[in-house]
Each structure stands twice: as structure tokens, then as C-alpha cells.
Design a binder for this molecule. Structure first.
Ligand code: CA
Length: 429
């Protein structure tokens, strides 16, 4: 850790110093914005309720390293491929500019804009999207619904299970979620039919954005894997459970998953998350230890992240009645069976090449308790235990007009609290 993690450091942007603010000086997440009045935009940094227009700053004022010029590009991909030393130098420079007492304050302030004046864009051009299945609680719950006799397949504790998703349908938070149609076959029906998904669900996930990739044929060893991850965001892997149940065997998820995935706009860097690292999942007695290519002492000691993850739901009726969204679950990212470093090492272990801007989804983050279940499939046990909303409505799965909101934050005694902001989406029919 370094001076950018100093919990006593304050910003001259006063909103950044408010308790509970997601974006204090110690966070400095990267995003891409566009002004609502169409007067420019580009790479920005969240600070309090403001955005620092880092692209314009670099263009107008210059920054010490030539690689910072990559921040003037419309997406972060090339900056990501510059690697951890450049990311860290940029973070330190931004920390210095936004810290209380900086002599350039009046000049820097000209590059701030209120978040209410901008629309967030995709921070990177998603190169490829891979989704894992790293919560053993989620895998066991889903398995026991779909395959009661055989909930957890024998490979689960050996192999980080994943599948290749679809980069083209990864969208920014706030994009409307169009209910997909597809082929479904309810258990009672003799033949399938085609129509609107009747079991639309969210999946609470954390996404890792890959920084520097690897050459084809050259695996990333587990001890180096974290250096290839630029940062994390929240991700909603929208899922059509009825389509999924009928199509997923023998080759796994396809149209039930690839119609849309939403991500939160701010990428919180791994460097900002350093204070909230924690041990990897403690495997119960009797579980196999990871094979050597997935095993690293430092990763076991600090490859987990203590990040609280909340899911809120708001129906159209609730919004009409001006009722606040209701929290339906509360989980933690540290509950995953596999670390992101293990997922990256496994993904490249056959020589597969990751690229800057790849999105690696964690899989649904569910914990051991009922309140920590990260999707409606689990929370309502496939619709058999509906949720009751404050409006009196009940939910087995998502209805048109429902809004799903994810929030994430990290806090630890002796350090600042930092947040991820939100990942939102409203279902439209
Ligand atoms: Ca998923």
C-alpha cells in the first residue's frame, strides 16, 4: 500500500469527504462519460459527486508520462494495455491533483463537472466476455433445483467452471432490459414453444476488466495473474431461466444468457481495492486443494476481496407510490470458491489469450445464508417461495417495469470506505 490509501487524506472536492460517499480520494475509479449538452466527454475519474475530465486535463495541461496520453482516447483499452506501473503512476498523479492543499486547485477545478450533467458510457470496448461460476453456494443451490440427485458435479472443486459469453451484448448500467423471447418447455408440456421469457432473472456478479493481455500460447502463471487485472466493476448477467432449463444441456448456457449483460460504469482499480483484500475461500476439511497451477501462497493469503454487495428491487408501482427500492439480498464477494487470479490462470492455462478490455464475470455471488443469495432463482427457490414487496406485490421472477439495482462497497477499520456506485436496469416488455 502507499500514500493513496492514507485514510486521513482529504480532497478539496468537499463532496468526496462526506461519510458514506462511494468516491472519496482513496477510490479514484476510471470511467468514460459524455456531457448531456454534447460538449465533449471521454475518460473521467469519479470524485465525490463530480467527474474529473482527465482526458481534457491531459490534452490541455500534459502529464509527466507519455503513456498518460492514452487517457485522451475515447475508451480505456490502450491505457489498460500499458500495465500496472502506468495505472499506478496515473492514480498517484490524480491523487495529488485532487488532494486538499494542491496549489493548482483553481485550474484543476475547471476540469470538474457534476455527475448530473453527464451520461456514462462503456468504459472499454469489451474485447471478449467470459463468465465463471465461482460461488459454490450458487452452484449447489442451482444444481439442487435442476438436478436434485446430483447438485454439485464432481469437477466443481477442481476446475473453475466457466463459459464464453457474448461481448456484443454487454451494455452500460441504465440501458433498458428488453425481455427476451425464446424456446421453453415447461415440465408439464409435451413439446416446447417459442415466446416471451416468463422467468426473467438477474445475476449479481463482479466483473474483472483485464488490463494487459497475454500472447497466444503463453499461459499467465497464477502468481502473475493479478497484474493482468486492471480493476473490478458490478455486473448483472441477466438470465432467462425457462430458456436456460430447456437449452443448457449438453453444451451449457447460450440464448438464456447472451441477450444482455449490464456493467456499472466505474472501474475500481485493484490498487484502490488493496486494503480490502482478504484470504481466499477457506475450503472445508475434505475438499481437494487446488492443483499446483491454481495454487499460490500469496493468492491464498490475499486473493479474496471483502466487498459487500447489495441487490435492490423497485417495481413500477413502488416508483409510482414514491416508495424507495427495497433491498432483497446482501452478500459478500469474499464468499467465492475461486479467486479471480485462479480464474485468469485457469482461463489461460491452455494458452488461450486474454486481451485488454476483456470482461471476466465471477458468476453469481451467493453466500451460505438465504439473505446472501444473488439471484431470484435462488431467493424464491425457482418461484416456490415468492418475495413480497412493500407494495404488497409478490415476485417469483422479474416483471415488466421492475428495476434491479446493484450496489457494492468496501470498508475496513483503519481505511476509507470506497464504493462501486450502481449497476441498474429496468425491464421493458
Ligand atoms: Ca452468470
Amino acid at each position: 500500500m502507499n500514500e493513496t490509501h492514507d485514510p486521513k487524506a482529504k480532497s478539496w472536492v468537499t463532496s468526496a469527504n462526506q461519510p458514506g460517499c462511494d468516491f472519496p480520494l482513496q477510490n479514484l475509479p476510471f470511467g468514460v462519460f459524455r456531457r448531456k449538452n454534447h460538449e465533449g466527454g471521454g475518460v473521467g475519474i469519479a470524485i465525490g459527486d463530480q467527474i474529473f475530465d482527465v482526458g481534457a486535463w491531459v490534452r490541455d495541461q500534459g502529464m509527466s508520462s507519455a503513456e498518460f496520453a492514452l487517457l485522451t482516447e475515447p475508451r480505456l483499452n490502450r491505457f489498460l494495455s500499458a500495465g500496472p506501473q502506468v495505472w499506478s503512476a496515473a492514480r498517484k498523479a490524480l491523487f495529488t491533483l485532487l488532494r486538499d492543499g494542491v496549489p493548482l486547485r483553481e485550474l484543476v477545478a475547471r476540469y470538474l463537472d457534476s455527475m448530473s450533467n453527464v451520461e456514462m458510457q462503456m468504459p472499454v470496448k469489451i474485447a471478449d466476455y467470459t463468465d465463471f461460476y465461482a460461488s459454490i453456494f450458487h452452484a449447489t443451490n442451482v444444481g439442487s433445483m435442476f438436478r436434485p440427485d446430483n447438485p454439485l458435479l464432481p469437477n466443481y472443486k477442481w476446475v473453475p467452471i466457466g463459459y464464453h459469453g457474448r461481448a456484443s451484448s454487454v451494455v452500460i448500467s441504465g440501458t433498458p432490459v428488453k425481455r427476451p423471447s425464446g424456446q421453453r418447455k415447461p415440465p408439464a408440456a409435451d413439446t416446447p414453444s417459442f415466446g416471451a421469457c416468463a422467468q426473467l432473472d438477474y445475476e449479481l456478479e463482479v466483473g474483472a476488466i483485464i488490463g494487459r493481455g497475454n500472447a497466444l500460447g503463453e499461459p499467465i502463471p497464477i502468481g502473475k495473474a493479478a497484474e493482468h487485472i486492471f480493476g473490478l466493476c458490478l455486473s448483472n448477467d441477466w438470465s432467462a431461466r425457462d430458456i436456460q432449463a430447456w437449452e443448457y444441456q449438453p453444451l451449457g448456457p447460450f440464448l438464456a444468457k447472451n441477450f444482455l449483460t449490464s456493467i456499472s460504469p466505474w472501474i475500481v482499480t485493484l490498487e484502490a481495492l488493496e486494503p480490502y483484500r482478504t484470504t481466499a475461500f477457506a475450503r472445508p476439511e475434505g475438499d481437494p486443494q487446488p492443483l499446483p497451477y491454481l495454487s499460490d501462497e500469496r493468492d491464498q493469503q490475499s486473493g479474496g476481496f471483502d466487498v459487500s454487495l447489495d441487490v435492490y428491487l423497485s417495481s413500477r408501482k413502488m416508483r409510482e407510490e414514491k416508495a424507495p427500492a427495497v433491498r432483497v439480498s446482501h452478500g459478500n464477494f469474499r464468499d467465492l470458491y475461486w479467486t479471480f487470479a485462479q480464474m485468469v490462470a485457469h482461463h489461460t492455462s491452455n494458452g488461450c489469450n486474454l486481451q485488454a478490455g476483456d470482461l471476466i464475470g465471477s458468476g453469481t455471488v451467493s453466500g451460505n445464508s438465504k439473505e446472501a443469495r444473488g439471484c431470484l432463482l435462488e431467493l424464491t427457490w425457482r418461484g416456490s417461495e415468492p418475495l413480497t414487496l412493500p407494495s404488497g406485490e409478490s415476485r417469483k421472477f422479474l416483471e415488466d417495469g421492475d428495476e434491479v439495482i446493484f450496489r457494492g462497497y468496501a470498508e475496513r477499520e483503519g481505511y476509507a470506505r470506497i464504493g462501486f456506485g450502481e449497476c441498474r436496469g429496468v425491464i421493458v416488455g
